[in-house]
Design a protein around this ligand. Structure first.
Ligand SMILES: *Cc1c(COP(=O)(O)O)cnc(C)c1O
Length: 354
């Protein structure tokens, strides 16, 4: 049976990226050695990092003055590195869910945090003003758990920092509006183990605190992400994903595809008599689509889980904080998988409502 992979992360990757990685693990760049056992300082691997950085810049149209880094520690380590490197006294955090709450917790270790919040985590806060005295404002553009998304590149009077773990490369962004963009790669780019950071270098080196070398962006900029041994295999896969994105038509093509998939699924959720959405327009994520059983069918959740699994629909369980279901529709998820889910929802509706 064909598996339709709806996991939220680690999650589906382009077939070509998985295939190229499998091949390189056996024989990397015709060296006769495995990608798993070559030096990160070999010219073949250095070429991988250089090409990945170049494709980041090309696909996201990154202007001059920005550096692209590949680091270990996941997005969660960036939660601490960002305030350590950028906060003198105060920062603003737009709190839109679990991940931004965690980011904020780390920032509080290094200074004052002004929190901006919406009515709840099913809504993106709007119409707030930004404290011009703060050193930066932090947003999480896609809230992987609650299924909301900020699509706008915010006009901010202070440096804008964004966690784009789960929507990077899903649409064009105006990088010039951001001071720093970061994320774990395991949602839309690569296997777990590497995180990406795009940083405007002129903003660095302005804080007085002592920062350990590994936690200082300048260290990694100076050594081209090779200050220590980088996560070689995930970086290699990231490069393959970037090549696939380019071949498919770039981030504009990814956006169109994401919009089509999301439209298909949200339409069904809104129409279906058994399910309902947890998030309303215009805050609905195009990457993590959350839905629950309508109240009168609450007891049918386990039944639908089984029904879906029997049809090869995998990874649909909602996060434990939200419950219900979550279909992650990242770049690499084919439209056919969304169609298979829609079909299953329609069949289930027929079975329940006779
Ligand atoms: C998954 C996720 C994280 C955490 O990433 P790690 O690499 O596991 O630390 C942070 N932010 C967002 C938006 C995420 O989806």
């Amino acid at each position: 049976m064909k598996a339709h992979n709806f996991y939220a992360g680690p999650s589906i990757l382009p077939k070509s990226a998985v295939k190229a990685t499998a091949k390189a693990i056996k024989n990397f760049a015709n060296t006769g050695m495995s990608l798993a056992s070559i030096s990160h300082r070999s010219k073949e691997f250095e070429a991988v990092v250089n090409e990945a950085v170049a494709l980041f810049k090309e696909l996201l149209n990154i202007p001059e003055g920005y550096e692209v880094l590949f680091l270990g520690g996941g997005a969660s380590m960036q939660f601490a590195m960002i305030p350590m490197n950028l906060m003198k006294k105060k920062s603003v955090y737009v709190n839109t869910g679990v991940w931004s709450t965690k980011a904020m917790k780390e920032a509080k270790l290094f200074g004052e945090v002004v929190e901006v919040k919406g009515e709840d985590f099913y809504h993106i806060p709007k119409g707030y003003s930004i404290d011009p005295e703060a050193d930066y404002i932090h947003v999480t553009t896609n809230n992987t758990i609650y299924g909301t998304e900020i699509f706008e590149d915010i006009n901010s009077p202070i440096p804008l920092v964004a966690d784009m773990s789960s929507d990077i490369f899903s649409r064009p962004i105006d990088v010039s509006k951001y001071a720093l963009i970061y994320g774990g790669a395991q949602k839309n780019l690569a296997p777990a183990g590497v995180s990406f950071v795009i940083v405007k270098s002129e903003l660095l080196g302005k804080v007085d605190r002592v920062i350990p070398s590994m936690l200082k962006y300048e260290t990694h900029i100076k050594d081209g992400s090779m200050y220590n041994t980088p996560p070689c295999i995930p970086i290699f896969t990231a490069l393959q994903t970037l090549k696939w994105i380019k071949k498919e038509g770039g981030v504009e093509a990814m956006q169109k595809k994401a919009q089509k998939k999301a439209e298909l699924l949200y339409n069904e959720i809104d129409k279906n008599k058994v399910f309902k959405a947890t998030v309303a327009d215009p805050d609905r994520s195009l990457m993590n689509i959350c839905f629950v059983m309508k109240d009168e069918y609450k007891d049918k959740e386990a039944e639908f889980s089984k029904f879906a699994a029997e049809r090869g629909l995998i990874g649909l369980k909602g996060h434990r904080l939200v419950g219900g279901f979550r279909a992650s529709t990242y770049n690499a998820l084919p439209k056919a998988s969304v169609k298979a889910l829609v079909k299953a929802m329609q069949e289930f509706e027929k079975q329940i409502i006779k």
